[in-house]
Design a protein around this ligand. Structure first.
Ligand code: UDP
Ligand code: MG
Length: 195
């Protein structure tokens, strides 16, 4: 595994966006643009940790180019395709933020929500989950912009199973460190939240 980006430079990073990427060369540009746009209206330091999960297209080359021109963009390069969960875990192991937001790079989860997550985090919540509320008629679903409503659920003290919750969430650093202690290298994001 290889890591690009100067770690010490990001020592004071508040938010880490962590995105696993498999054959996403066509999407990286719009993804980065969206994240930059969202953060441009927030007074918060951030990094984007992109994990190339053994892509067979030019994902890695494209990421390297972005990392060279923008020090907030870091690249973790996996030697082969390990699957999303392991790619995400690799990204979590290499991020520096005081809060961490894993996100898919296909923009199915609206990046705007990150700002709401951050304000909840600043209010003192350690985990902020984004919950999808599906429309009753799935056949009418269009793109995520129109097909998804959202609700933020603040959750840490009660143990209950969140429904329709994916990987899109904010974790405080101390929660991430606690999760790492479980030592599981796969599927912990969804599973361990239920324990
Ligand atoms: N992904 C990955 N490795 C894989 C498959 C997917 O890193 O082997 C990434 C992919 O690039 C995307 C995220 O994981 O950023 C979610 O993938 P996808 O949209 O295919 O999954 P779904 O939306 O069906 O959960
Ligand atoms: Mg997807």
């Amino acid at each position: 595994m290889e890591e690009l980006g100067r770690r010490d430079h990001n020592a004071g990073t508040e938010i880490s966006i962590v995105a696993p990427m498999y054959n996403e060369e066509a999407v990286i540009g719009i993804f980065v643009q969206e994240i930059r746009r969202v953060f441009s209206i927030a007074n918060v330091s951030y990094e984007i940790v992109c994990v190339n999960d053994g892509s067979t297209d030019n994902t890695y080359e494209v990421l390297k180019r972005y990392a060279l021109e923008d020090e907030r963009i870091k690249v973790v390069n996996l030697s082969r395709n390990f699957g999303k969960e392991i790619a995400l875990t690799a990204g979590l192991d290499h991020c520096n933020g005081r809060a961490i937001v894993p996100i898919d790079c296909d923009l199915q989860d609206p990046p705007e929500l990150i700002l709401d997550m951050i304000s909840k985090w600043r209010e003192g919540f350690d985990v902020v989950l984004a919950k999808r509320i599906d429309r009753s008629s799935d056949s009418l679903m269009k793109r995520w912009t129109s097909s998804m409503f959202y609700k933020l659920i603040d959750s840490i003290s009660d143990i209950h199973i969140p429904v329709n919750v994916g990987d899109f969430r904010l974790l405080d650093r101390k929660v991430l460190e606690a999760l790492k202690k479980y030592g599981e290298r796969s599927r912990f994001m969804k599973g361990l939240f239920l324990r």
